[in-house]
Ligand binder design. Structure first.
Ligand code: HEC
Ligand code: HEC
Length: 228
């Protein structure tokens, strides 16, 4: 009798965990299968623009990232992560948690539109003081996934990091080390936790200066479509 209550609470907690995990995967699957409607995506983007800027370039203060030209599958996964609290931010949880993006089709539409926007050079880079160390670390530990030019990989859900706001990158690296990005690929924490301030700054500085790779607009539209 004494054991029954804690056990049933445990069973309930486990059931909830699995329910959330299953529906996150289903949500993402639904988004990736949907045929995006760019016109509707542009309408939804009007709300995003209030924070991310009219061209999706973000804010140099480091609070709001550039999203323009991010890979569609990465954008979809990030929004689903916020929706299912696998990534924490009050503003984005509200947006993705069915306040604005009510159904999976909305996520498919807005991510296809955001991916079609040309990423701008945000112009916010670091001091240059630790750039050499940043380059060395990037080449050794990050390039294999994020690409030589920081271009990422749509098929593998690896974000394009090239040209991202420097302050935002630095915040993400600190968040990763402090466990505030619980869904981040585990290797990041192992790689980043032993680095000093200068090294993290050097990495953010180096990445914010990367050019990315130009992608043909038709490739992007095809990549956002149902063939995924
Ligand atoms: C009220 C302000 C606000 C609005 C409106 C908003 N965002 Fe955001 N968004 C943010 C902030 C702040 C962050 C950074 C959160 C963090 O640190 O995790 C963010 C992060 C993101 C990210 C993660 C990017 C990355 O590379 O880490 C994506 C994707 C995103 N937003 C997409 C959107 C889309 C699409 C919309 C519109 C449907 C939208 N946002 C509307 C403030 C906003
Ligand atoms: C094994 C492949 C892999 C390696 C190695 C790797 N990353 Fe990542 N990185 C990813 C993936 C996948 C994500 C997306 C994770 C997510 O949001 O769920 C990511 C996300 C990020 C983000 C967040 C981007 C955003 O849009 O929010 C940053 C910043 C980042 N990585 C920097 C680095 C740095 C710096 C290194 C090297 C020290 C590194 N990564 C090494 C695969 C990798």
């Amino acid at each position: 009798m004494k054991l029954a209550a804690p056990l049933s609470i445990l069973a309930l907690a486990l059931a909830c965990r699995f329910a959330v995990a299953a529906s996150a995967a289903t949500d993402l699957d639904e988004v990736l299968r949907a045929v995006p409607n760019l016109e509707h995506g542009a309408q939804l983007f009007e709300t995003c623009a209030q924070c991310h800027g009219p061209h999706g370039g973000g804010l140099p203060s480091g609070w709001v990232p550039q999203i323009a030209g991010q890979h569609p599958r990465v954008l979809a996964k990030e929004l689903i992560d916020y929706r299912h609290r696998a990534r924490w931010d009050d503003r984005m949880e509200k947006i993705a948690g069915r306040h604005l993006l009510t159904v999976s089709q909305d996520i498919a539409d807005v991510t296809a539109y955001v991916a079609s926007l040309a990423p701008a050079r945000t112009g916010t880079v670091g001091s240059g003081e630790w750039l050499g160390r940043g380059r060395h670390l990037y080449e050794a530990h990050c390039r294999s996934c994020h690409g030589a030019d920081g271009e990422g990989d749509n098929a593998k859900f690896v974000p394009r990091v090239a040209g991202q706001q420097c302050e935002y990158l630095l915040r993400q690296l600190h968040d990763a080390v402090d466990g505030r990005r619980p869904n981040l690929v585990r290797g990041h924490v192992q790689l980043l936790r032993d680095l000093g301030m200068e090294e993290l700054e050097g990495l953010a500085d180096y990445i914010s200066r990367l050019p990315g790779s130009p992608q043909h607009p038709d490739e992007r539209t095809a990549a956002a479509g149902p063939s995924l």
